[in-house]
Design a binder for this molecule. Structure first.
Ligand code: SF4
Length: 375
C-alpha cells in the first residue's frame, strides 16, 4: 500500500477576507486551545494507527496563527500514531502578516519543512481590494525571513482575474514572484461568490473582472514566463522547480489516500470517504465527550472511483494513465466516455492516445467543461 497523507484543518483567521468562501471563523485563543487538544485527541485515537504516512498538510483558515508548540504537538501526535517516513513533507499554510523571524524559526524547529504563503498579489491596490491584511513589502519580508529561518521549500499562492486587474497587472505579480525564486507557485483564478462582500464592493466601486480573452492571455503568458524561468507546470494551477511538486496535493490528483483531522476535514481511504462535522464548537464538544467527529462513511461505487480517478488525473499536465486506470477498474474508459469526449478532442482541448489522456493548455482553461463528463 502506498503511503497516505495527513490533512490537519485549522479553522481560524485574523479577519475575514471579502472574497472568502471557506468555513473559517475569527481566532479566539480559548477556542483555539481546546481545538488543538481535540485535534491531538482525534489523531491519537485514529482507527488507522500504524498506517504508513509521508505527508502532513496544515491547511485552513490560517494555520500560521497557531503557536509553534501546538504545531509541534500535533506533528508529534502524528508521528506517535502513524508510521511516518523520515523524509515526510510537512507543509504549513501561512499568511505573511502572521509570521516573524522568530515564529518562522520556531515552526521550522517544530518539524515544518515546507511553507505555503498566501501572497495572492504583489500589488498593494489589489491586496486592499481583497481586504487582505498584508501589503507587498510585508509579503516579501516574510518570504526572506522564511529563507533565513532555513526553509528550502517555499510555495507562494497568487490569484488572477482580480477586480480591476489588467493583463499587465497580473504579469507584474508573476514577475515579482519569479524574482523571489520560490520553489513552487499556485496560480488560482478568483471566483466571486454570490453573497460575498467583494461582490458588493465591486458593484459599489464599479470594479469589473477582465474579459475571457484577457484571462486566457493571463494564464498562458504567466505559464510561459514561469517555464522560461525554470518552473515546470505539473497541474492546472501549479508549477514547481524540478522535484518540488507538492507531494501532499499530488495524493488528491493521483487516486491517493489521506486522513483529514479537524472540523470539516475529509478523509479518503481504500474507496471509503467521510467528512468530519463542520462546526468548530461541535467538533471540540464531540472530542471532549470521546465521540467520533466523523459523519457517515460512504463506500464509493466502482463507477464513482473511476470517475474521480479520471477527473483528478486530468488536472495533471502528464494527464491520465489510461492503460493503468483501465487495468485498475477493469474497464475500457474510452468505450465508456469516448462519445462525450470526442468533441473536446476535435476542438483541441484534449489529446487522446491508447495510453494517456491529456488536457492541452487551452483545455486546462476549460477543464470544468471537460470534467462534467465524469460527474
Ligand atoms: S485568510 Fe484565507 S481562509 Fe482566512 S478569511 Fe482570508 S481567504 Fe479566507
Amino acid at each position: 500500500m502506498t503511503a497516505a497523507g495527513l490533512y490537519v484543518h485549522i479553522p481560524f483567521c485574523s479577519s475575514r477576507c471579502s472574497y472568502c468562501d471557506f468555513a473559517t471563523g475569527l481566532y479566539q485563543s480559548e477556542l483555539a486551545e481546546s481545538y488543538v487538544r481535540a485535534l491531538i485527541r482525534e489523531i491519537r485515537s485514529s482507527n488507522f494507527a500504524g498506517q504508513r504516512v509521508d505527508t502532513i498538510y496544515f491547511g485552513g483558515g490560517t494555520p500560521s496563527l497557531l503557536a509553534a508548540e501546538d504545531v509541534a504537538a500535533i506533528i508529534g501526535a502524528g508521528r506517535d500514531t502513524f508510521k511516518m517516513t523520515p523524509d515526510a513533507e510537512i507543509t504549513l499554510e501561512a499568511n505573511p502578516e502572521t509570521v516573524t523571524s522568530e515564529t518562522l524559526r520556531a515552526f521550522r524547529d517544530a518539524g515544518v519543512n515546507r511553507l505555503s504563503f498566501g501572497v495572492q498579489s504583489f500589488r498593494d491596490e489589489e491586496l486592499r481590494r481583497l481586504s487582505r491584511l498584508h501589503g507587498v513589502e510585508r509579503a516579501k519580508a516574510a518570504y526572506r525571513d522564511a529563507r533565513a529561518a532555513g526553509f528550502d521549500n517555499i510555495s507562494l499562492d497568487l490569484m488572477m482575474w482580480l477586480p480591476g486587474q489588467q493583463v499587465t497587472d497580473w504579469l507584474e505579480s508573476v514577475d515579482e514572484a519569479i524574482a523571489l525564486a520560490p520553489d513552487h507557485l499556485s496560480l488560482y483564478m478568483l471566483e466571486v461568490y454570490p453573497n460575498s462582500p467583494l461582490r458588493e464592493d465591486m458593484a459599489r466601486s464599479a470594479w469589473s473582472q477582465a474579459p475571457d480573452d484577457d484571462v486566457a492571455a493571463m494564464y498562458a503568458t504567466s505559464m510561459e514566463r514561469l517555464e522560461a524561468a525554470g518552473y515546470q507546470q505539473y497541474e492546472i494551477s501549479n508549477v514547481s522547480r524540478p522535484g518540488r511538486m507538492s507531494r501532499h496535493n499530488l495524493k488528491y490528483w493521483t487516486d491517493g489516500e489521506w486522513f483529514g483531522f479537524g472540523c470539516g476535514a475529509h478523509s479518503t481511504i481504500d474507496g471509503v470517504r467521510w467528512k468530519n462535522v463542520s462546526a468548530t464548537e461541535e467538533y471540540v464538544a464531540r472530542l471532549g465527550a470521546n465521540q467520533s467527529p466523523a459523519g457517515d462513511l460512504r463506500r464509493l461505487s466502482r463507477d464513482e472511483r473511476l470517475g474521480d480517478a479520471l477527473f483528478t488525473a486530468l488536472r495533471l499536465t502528464e494527464g491520465a494513465d489510461i492503460a493503468g486506470i483501465n487495468a485498475r477498474y477493469d474497464v475500457d474508459a474510452w468505450s465508456r466516455f469516448g462519445q462525450d469526449l470526442q468533441r473536446f478532442v476535435e476542438f483541441g482541448l484534449l489529446e487522446v492516445t491508447a495510453d494517456r489522456w491529456r488536457l492541452t493548455r487551452p483545455g486546462m482553461l476549460l477543464a470544468h467543461e471537460v470534467m462534467t463528463v465524469f460527474v
